[in-house]
Design a binder for this molecule. Structure first.
Ligand code: PEP
Ligand code: MN
Length: 347
């Protein structure tokens, strides 16, 4: 029986590559299949010869963390061939990256906090002072806002970038903020330590190339209907264009159920963290849309392998220009982060 290691079931890292398992002449296909299934592999298809006998099994990528040598050792297996990774630059980057002197994936969770939208200079000053006192290294806030409705607050734009920079500098913080269009990239990169690609723009390849070309570190949010592979390939675009580092951010995907704003996909976080070995953080604010779920889902995210959390906060959420219902009161942030800090993460 294959051993199940605990607490880490990923002893060698996993494989997210497709595999073809070819059988030798003497193989008993049913016996080989039993061995493959026992190892947790998903058999995508059985390839047969002209007489209808199974000669190969095709294994789905990502079905388990099994080494090729383990499969080759199964009686009846001739050779195992694996596909090449589609994202070599993401693989090469590895799970630990430095952004403006802060380590993601080093075992200490990284916090990125601030309002959904940058609303005023004074608001940012208050937020940065408090957040810095709680040990938050990254100040977030949207200057250019991607809003579903054209009638909703669109952000203060360039002037808000200046407020972000000033508030962060005054409190020893770094700035992470979104570049919404190719036209914003220059000015955002002048003000930010890390450029954010929003969920709605993950598939905007021209924007990815232009952001990558700044050579800055990037926070890449998952498209709300993007597969893991599409998300990783978006990271590959950024690194290929020159981005210094890419940190992935799971922020929830669309589901059939609107009980939560989005469906926070923590399985994807475990795969990115433990199988792909990429730095990934989680945004439970957009992932749930509910203030009361930030703590439990933040804990779950860290346990799943997240290298940090992005959390929206506001000193007066009732007055927020966007996303008030999910914003944590500034006063609650200290105790919240203290509780989350104690969870650590599973890496
Ligand atoms: C944000 O973080 O400001 C934001 C708009 O989030 P998302 O792109 O995940 O919707
Ligand atoms: Mn928001």
């Amino acid at each position: 029986m294959p051993s199940l290691k605990w607490p880490s079931p990923f002893p060698n890292g996993g494989s997210e590559k497709a595999m073809i398992v070819s059988l030798n002449e003497k193989a008993n296909p049913a016996a080989v299949k039993r061995e493959l299934v026992a190892r947790g592999l998903w058999i995508a298809s059985e390839l047969r010869d002209g007489n209808g006998a199974v000669r190969q099994f095709s294994i789905s990528p990502g079905s388990a963390a099994i080494s090729v040598s383990d499969i080759t050792s199964i009686e009846g297996v001739d050779v195992v061939t694996t596909s090449k990774s589609e994202h070599p630059l993401v693989d090469k980057q590895g799970p630990v990256v430095q952004v403006a002197g802060i380590t993601f994936g080093g075992g200490n969770p990284v916090w990125m906090c601030g309002p959904c939208s940058v609303e005023s200079e004074d608001q940012l000053k208050r937020a940065a002072e408090r957040l810095a006192s709680f040990g938050v290294p990254f100040l977030r806030g949207g200057a250019f806002k991607p809003r579903t409705s054209p009638y909703a607050f669109q952000g203060h734009g360039r002037v808000a970038l200046g407020w972000l920079r000033k508030a962060a500098d005054a409190n020893g913080m770094r700035v992470v903020t979104e570049a919404l269009s190719e036209g914003d990239v220059g000015t955002v990169s002048e003000h930010a330590d890390m450029l954010q690609v929003g969920s709605r723009n993950m598939h905007n390849y021209a924007l990815l190339k232009s952001i990558g070309a700044t050579k800055k570190p990037v926070l890449l949010k998952r498209g709300m209907a993007a597969t893991l592979e599409e998300w990783l390939l978006a990271g590959e675009y950024l690194l290929g264009a020159g981005a210094q580092a890419v940190v992935f951010c799971e922020r929830g995907i669309r589901s059939f159920d609107d009980t939560t704003r989005n469906l926070l996909d923590l399985g994807a976080v475990a795969i990115l963290s433990h199988v792909v070995h990429a730095p990934v953080i989680v945004d439970p604010s957009h992932g749930t849309g509910r203030r009361d779920l930030i703590l439990p889902m933040g804990r779950a995210a860290l346990a799943a392998g997240a290298a940090g959390l992005m959390i929206e906060t506001h000193d007066n959420p009732g007055e927020a220009k966007s996303d008030g219902p999910q914003a944590i009161f500034l006063d609650q942030m200290g105790p919240l982060l203290k509780t989350l800090q104690n969870v650590g993460n599973s890496r």
